[in-house]
Every structure is written in C-alpha cells, then in structure tokens.
Ligand binder design. Structure first.
Ligand code: ACO
Length: 320
C-alpha cells in the first residue's frame, strides 16, 4: 500500500495587501517587487492565527475527500509559525475539526514542511501503522516579519493548505528529503525563548532574517537536484510528469528550476502573484487550486517540491 492524495483544501485570509500598500510602509515599488519576485499582492491575517487557517483548510480537504474527521488516524501540521509553543498546532486542528481518533503533532521544516509531512505519513502508511492521514502546511509569517525591513516584508503572505492521504494501491511513488544545518543561518528566525533567570536576558522578539542571494543560489541548485533524484530513484522519465508543483518563493526561482530541468514553464504552475510566499502552505494551496480547477486527472504524475529554512528540501513523485 502507498499513500494517495484523495482530497485537498486551502484557506487564505480575506485581507489583500498590495504592493502599493507596502510602498506606503517601506521604500519600495510595485515595479521592484514584481520584477524581482513575481508577487503582486498577498493575504495577511488580521485576527486569525495559524491553527484557525489550518482548521479551515483541513475542513475543506475532508469535504473534498468525502471522509469524516473521525476517520483520521494521524494529523501532521507543517508550520514554522505555530500560535503557541504548546499545545502544538495539529492538536488545535484536531480539536477544531473533531478528529477524535487521530494522533496529532507538528513538523518544523519551514517551506519544505509539507513535503516532509507527506514523506512521514507515507512511511507510516507503507509500514501499515496508519491508513488515513491529514497533512497541513500552514504559516502566518506576517507575525514574524519585521514590517520595516523592505528586504523581507514584501515577500511573504499568510495561508494554509491541506491534503487527505489514504492507503491505496497507487499514490505516492517515491519521496526524498534533505537537510543542511550548516547553512541554516542564511534563513532564520530567533525563537522567543532566549532568556531565563540565570542569563538575565529578556525573551527576544524574533523576526525573519534572510540572505536572499544565498537562498536563491541554494534553491536553484537543490530543487532540480532533488527532483532529478526522486525521478531517477523511481525510474521515471521526466517527460511523464504533468506538473511540477514547486514551493512558491519567487517567480524567478521557478523559472530557473524549469530551465535547469529543460522543462517548459507551463508545466510549472504558479500562483505567487496572488499570495506571495506562504512558506509551508504554498505547495498545498497550489495543489488545491489545480485540483479544484479540474486540471488533475486520475493517473497524472506530479512532482511536489519544497525548499526552505534549515536549510531543508524535499520532493515527492505522486500519481494522482
Ligand atoms: N524594494 C526596493 N529595493 C529593495 C527591496 C525592496 N523591497 N529590497 C531590497 N532592495 C534593495 C536592496 O537594498 C539593494 O539595494 P542596494 O543595492 O542599494 O544595497 C538592492 O535592492 C538589491 O538587493 P538584493 O538583496 O541584492 O536584491 P536581489 O536582486 O537579490 O533580490 C530577493 C532580492 C528578491 C529577495 C532575491 O534575493 C531572491 O529572490 N532571493 C531568494 C530568496 C527568497 O525568495 N526567499 C523567500 C523566502 S525563503 C524561502 O521561501 C525558502
């Protein structure tokens, strides 16, 4: 048995923040943001937190899959911006949707989190431990963003995406994951737990720090590499792949990956223009859009791929 995606769902906050809105906050312009990133606007949560967005996406995924929350054995929520240190976000989703029979915990792998969650439930399913899983990618990076830093604040948005995975004969064909902790400092956010009574430091407010050019170089090298790896190890010709559903960090990164893989850009769907980089949520939001637009047919082969803080990266070859 393998894990098959039988339903998807997503949720983004209502409030749209355009590039022009940001130009009133920091010294930037619509032209700079669009040409460097492809982003036109993003959704920013006003009152909602990560778990609330995740719960809405989860309900939509369950509805799309046609199953009840009680049927879930496991909920994995990929997030690097949980509302609380504990309880974990997955437990909050469990409570919100009534998944009383599931075990629930979070996975922290930044923008690769959804691919890490998929690989993890796939291992449980292959081992015969669980049959029905809910995986979620959800982030509210607006709360970790320094809104006076034009180098980062224009890039991110908030949102959540989810998928229901069930043990079936076809589905996830193969997946790979990787990490390079040595390069971690190029993309980081300090936890709010630096202080205690011995060191007399006050807990610090963490903001996202990014060395954009290093992240760019890492992404355009690692993403094609791990996609080639997942295809080679599963003996799949790249031409069999219908869509490469890539982490939406930057239009130019997607373009560079397509070029390195020698694949046409129309096989690399993008929605970064509307949502910006929603971190762990970009891949499941995009997947949900493709699904609801009727662009995925049974038997289609898709590659899902993410990269991000850690540094981490992951790719999965999936039969729809
Ligand atoms: N508006 C106007 N000017 C800006 C802005 C802005 N929002 N941000 C930076 N600049 C300025 C800089 O200050 C700099 O000015 P200077 O030359 O006077 O010093 C100039 O633009 C160039 O800055 P760079 O950082 O070199 O710009 P670069 O061309 O590298 O583009 C970007 C920045 C878009 C972040 C790019 O590095 C990139 O795409 N990196 C990939 C990282 C990424 O996408 N991260 C997303 C989050 S991480 C993830 O999801 C894994």
């Amino acid at each position: 048995m393998t894990g098959r995606i039988i339903g998807t769902g997503s949720y983004v906050p209502e409030r749209i923040v355009t590039n022009e809105d940001l130009a009133k906050l920091v010294e930037t312009s619509d032209e700079w943001i669009v040409t460097r990133t492809g982003i036109h606007e993003r959704r920013i949560a006003v009152e909602e937190g990560t778990s609330a967005m995740a719960s809405r996406a989860a309900e939509r995924a369950l509805e799309n899959a046609g199953i009840k929350a009680e049927e879930l054995d496991i909920i994995l929520m990929a997030t690097s911006s949980p509302d609380h240190c504990f309880p974990n976000g997955a437990c909050e989703v469990q409570a919100a949707i009534g998944a009383v029979n599931a075990v629930a915990y979070d996975i922290s792998a930044a923008c690769s989190g959804f691919e890490f969650a998929l690989s993890t439930v796939q291992a449980f399913i292959r081992a015969g431990i669980y049959k029905t899983a809910l995986i979620i990618g959800a982030d509210c990076l607006s709360k970790l963003t320094d809104w006076s830093d034009r180098g980062t604040c224009v890039l991110f948005g908030d949102g959540a995406g989810a998928a229901v995975i069930r043990a079936e004969k076809t589905g996830v064909i193969h997946s790979v994951m990787g990490s390079d902790g040595v390069k971690g400092p190029v993309l980081s956010c300090v936890a709010r737990s630096e202080g205690n009574f011995l060191n007399e430091r006050k807990p610090e407010l963490g903001y996202i720090y990014m060395d954009g050019q290093e992240v760019f170089k890492f992404a355009v090298k690692k993403v094609p590499e791990c996609i080639r790896q997942v295809l080679e190890e599963s003996k799949t010709d790249i031409e069999e792949v219908k869509y490469f559903v890539l982490h939406q960090a930057n239009y130019r990164i997607c373009e560079a990956v397509a070029k390195r893989l020698k694949q046409p850009l129309d096989k690399v769907p993008m929605n970064i223009g509307s949502y910006g980089n929603t971190s762990g949520a970009t891949v499941p939001i995009l997947l949900d859009e493709l699904n609801r637009q009727g662009r995925l047919q049974r038997g289609d082969k898709l590659v899902l791929a993410g990269f991000g803080g850690g540094l981490t990266w992951g790719a999965a070859l999936v039969e729809w």
